[in-house]
Design a binder for this molecule. Sequence first.
Ligand code: HEC
Length: 197
Amino acid sequence: MTSMKAAPDKSARHRAITYALLVIGLGLAPLAGGYARQEAAPAQDAAPVQDAAPSKTVWDGVYSEKQAHRGEAIYMDHCTMCHGDDLSGDTPYNPSPQLAGKAFLLRWDENDLGSLFTLIRTQMPKDDPGTLNRQDYIDLVAFLLRSNKFPAGKEELTSDAKALKNVTILKDNPAAKKAIFRRQSAPIARRPWDSIL
Ligand code: HEC
């Protein structure tokens, strides 16, 4: 009788312990998951190794206001007859490409200032290429940047080929793009248990 009674008791206790372990196990699982995620995070955030020189874009204030002003005077003397006072390229004689606005920016997007400088210096003015001096040509680039609404900075743009190659023309401000992306990907609502899970 006693042994008959002891058997179900034992198995009931066994079931209870198994159940308790299961509950504890399930309870800990998300915590363990949380630890794993936390440990994995730094590896995910790590930026790829960059050995190239730090590059700039036309949004970094790469020319000065004074320089653009000088460039404007040179433009008015040597370029308006074909590209127009407003840089639209819409002139009755010698119609030429637009030098400020959407069409111009689409053509030059992701190119660099080195290419733009070289084109102007070697091919413009179209009817008399290469006749201006190097400083005039780089001042013209500054004027084109201002005309396309890229911000001015403190330093003047120099005609150093390597430095110019290192400045990328981007029609859209990369900082503005990042801000939009951050806003969209922000969590909708933070729940109290988010910090544990
Ligand atoms: C006689 C007319 C004429 C004059 C003057 C002239 N250009 Fe041009 N420009 C053109 C034409 C035409 C093109 C189109 C490309 C070609 O035919 O070589 C062009 C192309 C350009 C381009 C390339 C545009 C693009 O998006 O591909 C730039 C930049 C430029 N000119 C700047 C200037 C500057 C700066 C001056 C003044 C120093 C100037 N041009 C003077 C006729 C002229």
